[in-house]
Design a protein around this ligand. Structure first.
Ligand code: SAM
Length: 285
């Protein structure tokens, strides 16, 4: 009886576009995501946007402690009931906006890290990433579904269309890996774009960073400010305090041709560029 009541309820819950509600309805995909995530049973998992529980239920079979944060009160109520009917007691469901959620509220044994999973509402992918970066010290791996174009940008190699500021700023803090392509037909309602699951491993930041994040960010943003221009011209416009001559000398001295375009520079070359700007800043301060 109770099971029938739940199924009828979910059909009456109209998906809300503004909350990015596209639910996984292909039963094979959640299993594939959970198995490719490879979490350990003793891991503490934070799930972002559990919705109707497509990922939560398979996860709950293997993981002992899950905190699931859902903003939509209708879905939180539905999922709470679904979990209770299924006799699942290892999921703490929190009805809150993930952007306001306090990560420190997750009970964590000493020296353990939070593992994150989520089929993200695409309209908040960027602020969620910023929040994860902010809390990176307490995080292990984050296994997240993005719209495919964003996933390609996060994982793009140099000299490809997707390679840009987002690729580099993420790589500074975490190692990204493409895990799984998910076609739009796996969702209800069917979105306009395909998706991809990406793992961000915050325990593996870029190994030889050498410069602070602010200098790195400035170099990346400046170099990509005008993607079609040369490095020198793009940086010139972005950093008016640096004379073109100083920029050119600094780059040439460290083996970076100022006539190159930002998209051709590797992570190591961006770190070199950042260290030049850091030195120049000290000279001009
Ligand atoms: N995980 C479910 C699935 O795969 O079927 C639902 C995924 S759906 C793309 C995104 C979910 O995130 C929805 O349940 C939506 O209500 C929820 N959501 C949207 N904005 C949120 C926010 N700011 N904080 C927490 N959850 C949010």
């Amino acid at each position: 009886m109770a099971r029938h009541r739940t199924l009828r309820d979910v059909r009456s819950l109209q998906p809300k576009k503004r909350l990015g509600q596209h639910f996984l309805v292909d039963p094979h995909i959640p299993e594939k995501i959970v198995s490719s995530a490879g979490f350990q049973s003793s891991d503490v998992i934070l799930e972002i946007g559990p919705g109707r529980g497509a990922l939560t239920l398979p996860l709950s079979k293997t993981i002992s402690s899950i905190v699931a944060v859902e903003k939509d009160v209708r879905l939180a109520d539905f999922l709470r009931e679904r979990l209770s009917i299924s006799g699942i007691s290892n999921v703490a469901l929190v009805c809150q906006d993930i952007l306001r959620f306090d990560f420190n509220a997750i009970p964590l044994p000493p020296s353990r890290k939070i593992q994150v999973i989520g089929n993200l509402p695409y309209n908040i992918s960027s602020p969620v990433l910023e929040k994860l970066i902010h809390h990176r010290q307490g995080l292990g791996r984050a296994v997240l579904m993005f719209q495919r174009e964003v996933a390609m940008r996060l994982t793009a190699p140099p000299c490809t269309k997707g390679y840009g500021a987002m690729t580099l700023l993420i790589r500074y803090h975490a190692r990204p890996t493409r895990l799984l392509e998910v076609p739009r037909s796996a969702f209800y309602p069917v979105p306009k774009v395909d998706s991809m699951v990406v793992e961000l491993d915050f325990t593996r930041p870029y190994p030889s960073r050498g410069v602070g994040e602010d200098d790195f960010r400035k170099a990346v943003k400046g170099a990509f400010a005008h993607r079609r221009k040369t490095l020198l011209n793009s940086l010139k416009g972005y950093l008016p305090a640096w004379t073109p001559d100083l920029l050119m000398k600094g780059m040439k001295a460290r083996g970076i041709d100022p006539a190159r375009r930002a998209e051709s520079l590797t992570m190591d070359e961006f770190l070199t560029l950042a260290s030049i700007l850091a030195v120049d800043k000290r000279e001009t301060d």
